[in-house]
Design a protein around this ligand. Structure first.
Ligand code: MN3
Length: 198
């Protein structure tokens, strides 16, 4: 069995102007595809070939962990985006959880944007479920909440390759554009439901 690069859940030009088709051609077509290819090369013919991506993330370290986690992180990130998304979530479980754990949507947005903007160097900003409570955190490089026993609810990729074509060095503008215009609250809600069902 080998790992496959999943289809993007939207057309490459569907997220413009907030994320361009050119960015997706490189970020999905080169970077994400590259991680999947390196992961397959690393597990081929080894005892790891039959492990799930989640098992590899939990058990591996070094280059194998990096490629497994980056494969998972990018698929999760694409699912966090949709055309016409973002802004405050509609009334419902997600809005209730945000109000319960952050006080307000504005406070949530400020906290999430801040961890994304201040992650030093390459990494990811996350909304996670930690003992039944939402909180924000960042991870460096390929690191991912699953490795720490946390449930990922939403993410933004803050590696320079995620924003340099569209925003050059302006990481905070990229983050704000995603939170305001692309965040897929349906996917967030499904992650929240999935975590409470398990
Ligand atoms: Mn990336």
């Amino acid at each position: 069995m080998s790992f496959e690069l999943p289809e993007l859940p939207f057309a490459k030009d569907a997220l413009a102007p907030y994320m361009s088709a050119e960015t997706l051609e490189y970020h999905y077509g080169k970077h994400h595809a590259g991680y999947v290819g390196k992961l397959n090369a690393a597990v081929e013919g080894t005892e790891n070939a039959n492990k799930s991506l989640e098992e590899l993330i939990r058990s591996a370290d070094g280059g194998l962990f990096n490629n497994a986690a980056q494969t998972w992180n990018h698929t999760f990130f694409w699912n966090c985006l949709k055309p016409g998304g973002g802004g405050a979530p509609p009334a419902g479980d997600v809005a209730d959880a945000i109000n319960r754990d952050f006080g307000s949507y504005d406070q949530f947005k400020s906290n999430f944007a801040n961890v994304c903007a201040t992650q030093f160097g390459s990494g990811w900003g996350w909304v996670v479920l930690d003992n039944g409570k939402l909180r924000v955190m960042s991870t460096a490089n390929a690191d991912t909440p699953l490795k720490h026993g946390l449930t990922a609810i939403a993410t933004i990729d803050v590696w320079e390759h995620a924003y340099y074509i569209d925003y050059r060095n302006a990481r905070p503008q990229f983050i704000e554009a995603i939170i305001d215009n692309l965040l897929n609250w349906d996917f967030v809600a499904a992650n929240l439901r999935g975590s409470s069902a398990s």
